[in-house]
Design a binder for this molecule. Sequence first.
Ligand code: SF4
Length: 335
Amino acid sequence: MQTLDTFNRPLRDLRISVTDRCNFRCTYCMPKEIFGPDYTYLKKDEVVSFEDIARLARVFVDLGVNKLRLTGGEPLMRRDIENLIDMLANIPGVDDLALTTNGSFSPKRVRSLKDAGLRRMTVSLDALDDPTFKVMNDVDFPVEKVLEWIDASAELDFQPVKVNMVVKRGVNEHSILPMARYFKERGHILRLIEYMDVGNSNGWRLDDVVSAKEMVEHVNTELPLEASDPNYQGEVARRYRYKDGSGELGIIASVTQAFCVDCTRIRLSADGKLYTCLFATKGHDLRALLQDGANDDEMRQAIQTIWTQRNDRYSEIRAENTSEKPKIEMSFIGG
Ligand code: SF4
């Protein structure tokens, strides 16, 4: 089944945020000043159950989704997530089941995630040295621990691990080459991400963005790159191969090289709202439908209507965007 939006983009990729909580306070996503001890997070009874998430995922697969990604906040903050992974991994039609984590939990957890059916691991890491890492994540957490998580993932055949690095001018662009060298040597895929105006809390300025062009030129000074074809339509990162044949690097350039034209992603928040864009200002409440006893056909109809009316292309029109409406926070719907 194929479900197309108003730009003929197929619904393919469901990102499931299982919690709005995180143990980091990355300044570009969840700055401490806003997400402090008094911040109101979702209560337990406001969060969608694993059973309902799995039920919704089956409906999405009926509509053409074949790729699921678990996000947060920090998804491992949600207890017993292995139970959800087991449910999702057993849905016929799910070709890909990935998780994005900050790698801060015990590396022993990697085994249970693998055994539950997780297929791919993405880890967020913005620097290799503790002082820079601390400036980016604003909690005193050692880089070494995250590297242990990545190593444990590689040992359990999550190879290559994708490592997401947000680059902010004047903060961590000096870490680009050390990160590229480190993960190139280990066969992992580093993805350099342009700093984005997600949500309303990170004080985003265009001046703080290091563009994709600059990042490629920077890496090229030491590790020559050549452009590579996408793996599939709608792939978020632009792929580059190291000319010496030893692997690849990705660039996610939402600001300077928008990729809305073939965006196949939809996001489900932990409280059961559907968002058709990372920069959305409103969600569609599926949880209310669930609570009203809607059957699968009614859920399918509702989701189909939402997607077929979708016309999001925020990154393409960012400069012209005059909406004052607050955007949903990235920590609430995942990246
Ligand atoms: S800005 Fe929105 S429409 Fe464009 S690629 Fe990102 S999520 Fe998709």
